[in-house]
Ligand binder design. Structure first.
Ligand code: PHB
Length: 249
């Protein structure tokens, strides 16, 4: 793909444009996109025009653009995320109906926890996860499961970098985190009390496909809620998701 004078490929600049959109910024003018993507105005206007013409962005009557329905369609079609989500949904719904708290499904994506699905309940405790949102691996319960069962190289890299505290209870000491990850591997569950928010406890278990851990299933409970029932529910659901995945093409 042709490179700009900065050496950046067209694909990189397109991704830079698409990344300016998020849950709080769903419609933008081409000038706002240029500023946020740090692109020359003429480049941003041209790229936005091309993306609208191909359907990856949609333009509204006011001239602002949004991520296109066609982009959603392409992203969903045949994606691993959709297959996993479809296998998981009936089991997540059961966990959520029984516990009446938030239930999440997450995968490892470029060194972070990426949430594919989240089911909520009107009276559930506060929860900062969002569908298509990210949290650090060492802070969230799902991330700790993905880190514990992930590649040893990833673990080394995460443990070698400075670990930011999201709350005063987030594990940031590499030795403490190493011991915690060993426990997660041995017990196949993590109970993260106050790691992400002081008021809540995240509980996560691994989801396997053909023995390999491919996702984490979690619930967020009030901080001092009992955990045994939730752990049982999560384990039953994770086993059901594995069976469903192994049957699905
Ligand atoms: C967790 O996964 O540990 C978690 C996630 C979101 C919250 C609280 C806990 O708001």
């Amino acid at each position: 793909m042709a490179n700009s004078s900065s050496g950046e490929s067209v694909a990189e600049r397109i991704v830079r444009v698409l990344r300016t959109f998020d849950a709080d910024r769903t419609a933008q003018t081409p000038s706002q996109i240029a500023r946020r993507a740090n692109l020359p105005s003429s480049t941003a206007h041209r790229l936005v025009g091309e993306l609208v013409a191909t359907g990856l962005l949609d333009r509204d009557e006011g001239g602002r653009v949004q991520l296109g329905m066609h982009l959603w369609e392409l992203a969903q079609r045949g994606s691993r995320a959709l297959r996993l989500r479809q296998a998981a949904m009936p089991f997540m719904e059961r966990v959520q109906a029984r516990l009446r708290e938030h239930t999440q499904l997450a995968v490892l994506e470029r060194g972070e926890t990426l949430f594919l699905e989240r089911l909520s309940h009107p009276h559930a405790v506060s929860n900062i996860t969002r569908i298509a949102g990210r949290l650090p691996l060492h802070a969230s319960s799902s991330g700790l499961v993905l880190l514990a069962f992930g590649d040893p190289d990833l673990r080394r890299r995460v443990l070698a970098a400075p670990l930011a505290a999201v709350t005063p209870d987030t594990p940031t000491d590499p030795a403490e985190l190493t011991a915690l990850l060993e426990r997660v591997r041995a017990e196949e569950v993590v109970v993260a009390r106050g790691f992400v928010e002081a008021v809540s406890t995240g509980i996560a278990v691994p989801v396997r496909e053909n023995r390999r851990v491919i996702a984490a299933l979690s619930v967020v409970l009030p901080r001092e809620a009992p955990t045994a029932g939730a752990i049982d529910e999560l384990r039953r659901a994770a086993a059901g998701i594995s069976r469903a995945l192994e049957r699905a093409p």
